[in-house]
Design a protein around this ligand. Structure first.
Ligand SMILES: [Cu+2]
Length: 206
């Protein structure tokens, strides 16, 4: 066997070794499947794991909620506390985004294009966003105290980022649950092997 043939094999072995080493410290992504009380898989549920231990500080990723065809896109956004969210208007008509939610009470000036600065979301909770000009426009922001979050897809699956081993409260919030009601919460113990987790919501969606 020539050296030429051997090299990729060696590289493969090294890659495998690195993967094994990585698995001891960084745990695999966790898939959470969410169903409602009738067994239906739920899309656009916000799934987040709040650790019961101190985490190194992480910088919140910014998010964008655009306005297009007189709609906020996306309908549901999840960010970590401290995140900046910008609200670009990609319509030709003007919009005026606002919220009365305690977690973030704001009103942007009537605008087209990009407002002057993104907004800071530094308080955990649910923020319902509307437009003063177009009553049908609505968006939901779930601000969470953890970097471990995801949204469910059309199959009810949310893929959380790698979770360090430890104890968590696994929470699920959906925009169609009763307004003001608490997110679903269940304990989660993360050990070396993380199973796929099924969450059955006990509440009825509106
Ligand atoms: Cu509008």
């Amino acid at each position: 066997m020539s050296n030429k043939h051997f090299r990729p094999t060696l590289r493969t072995i090294l890659t495998l070794l690195l993967c094994v080493a990585a698995n001891n410290t960084v745990l695999a992504n966790t898939v959470v499947t969410v169903t409602d009380n009738s067994g239906q898989k739920i899309e656009d549920a916000v799934v987040y794991a709040e650790p019961e231990f101190a985490l190194p500080a992480t910088k919140a990723e910014p998010a964008v909620i655009e306005q297009k065809n007189k709609q906020f896109i996306p309908l549901v956004t999840v960010v970590q506390t401290g995140a900046l969210i910008s609200f670009p208007n990609n319509d030709t008509v003007k919009h005026q985004a606002y919220s009365f939610s305690p977690a973030k009470n704001f009103e942007l000036k009537l605008y087209s294009g990009k407002p002057t600065a993104p907004l800071l979301f530094d308080k955990a909770g649910t923020v319902t966003v509307g437009c003063n000009i177009h009553d049908q426009m609505i968006a939901y922001i779930q601000v969470v105290n953890t970097p471990f979050f995801a949204k469910t897809d059309a199959h009810g699956n949310a893929t959380l980022p790698s979770l360090p081993a430890g104890k968590y409260a696994l929470k699920v919030w959906h925009y169609l649950q009763a307004p003001g009601s608490e997110p679903h919460s269940q304990p989660l113990q993360v050990t070396k092997d993380i199973p796929t987790i099924a969450v059955h919501l006990n509440f009825k969606l509106r």
